[in-house]
Design a protein around this ligand. Structure first.
Ligand code: GLU
Length: 261
């Protein structure tokens, strides 16, 4: 069994991340398997080296260990581009030149009623879907969407044409996570219920790219005393804060309802 924890270094880890990481770690250890850490830093406008360092410190403090070197998505642009070219050659991607304003105004046009929102945000109204020749060379600097109607009618309705290559990134969360879970041989993905709706998008991409589908385990989210789920900006529950206040890793395990070690 291979599990992984795949944080983005865009803020401090909080109790919810600790829960996810420890669950994935404990599951691998119980099966005599391997727990991996992967840094999901494709968004260079938000990722910071200092947050990445703090991720290593926090997880080490929790008692988690993982093989080195750690996979960092910012170093894998060539792999993502290669798989995008594969999808492009199938004729199921198209370049999109809509900006945020275009999307909002198209989605709220009077005859359309309220904007339709799916798990990936606004459901794309399809403005650019048939504007471009798909048989030309791969458009490497473009925003690329997946033509969902061509591959999955149910997801076309509920999610729409997801972006697989974001502006200035050459990839997206959905594409990178699927490619890297397969590249690392991850057998069991352990992650929060907030990503439940992303899983059908991931299994679709695995099918399109000929990659295996791991087992998915979605855990409950850790909530604050008001029942609100913790967000990156909730510094109040940052792991480092508990650490500097003298808590122990077993205190954190108790707080999130995991057996002590
Ligand atoms: N990198 C994602 C995040 O920070 C998690 C990816 C996943 O577990 O699939 O929320």
């Amino acid at each position: 069994m291979i599990t992984r924890f795949a944080p983005s270094p865009t803020g401090p880890l909080h109790l919810g991340h600790a829960y996810s990481a420890m669950l994935a770690h404990d599951m691998a250890m119980a099966a005599n398997g391997t727990f991996l850490l992967r840094i999901e830093d494709i968004d260079s406008s938000r990722a910071r080296p200092a947050w990445e360092t703090q991720i290593y410190d926090d997880l080490m403090w929790l008692g988690l260990r993982w093989p080195e070197p750690v996979m960092r998505q910012s170093e894998r642009q060539a792999v993502y581009q290669d798989r995008l070219v594969t999808l492009w050659k199938k004729g199921i991607l198209y370049p999109c030149s809509c900006n945020r304003k275009d999307l909002l105004s198209a989605a709220s046009a009077p005859q359309e009623g309220a904007p339709l929102v799916g798990p990936d945000g606004l459901i794309y109204p399809g403005t650019c879907r048939h504007l471009h020749d798909r048989s030309g060379p791969f458009p490497s600097a473009a925003v690329l969407r997946l033509d969902m109607e061509a591959v999955d009618l149910a997801l076309a309705k509920s999610v729409g044409d997801v972006v697989l290559a974001r502006r200035d990134m050459g990839t997206s969360y959905h594409l990178s996570v699927v490619i890297d879970d397969a590249a690392q041989g991850v057998t069991d993905v352990v992650r929060g219920a907030d990503l439940l709706d992303a899983t059908p998008i991931h299994t679709l991409l695995q099918n399109l790219l000929g990659l295996p589908t791991p087992r998915y385990h979605h855990h409950d989210l850790i909530r604050d005393e008001n029942g609100k789920r913790l967000a990156k900006r909730d510094d109040a529950r940052a792991l480092s804060k508990y650490r500097t206040e003298g808590a122990t890793p077993n205190d954190i395990r108790r707080l999130v309802g995991l057996p002590e070690q």
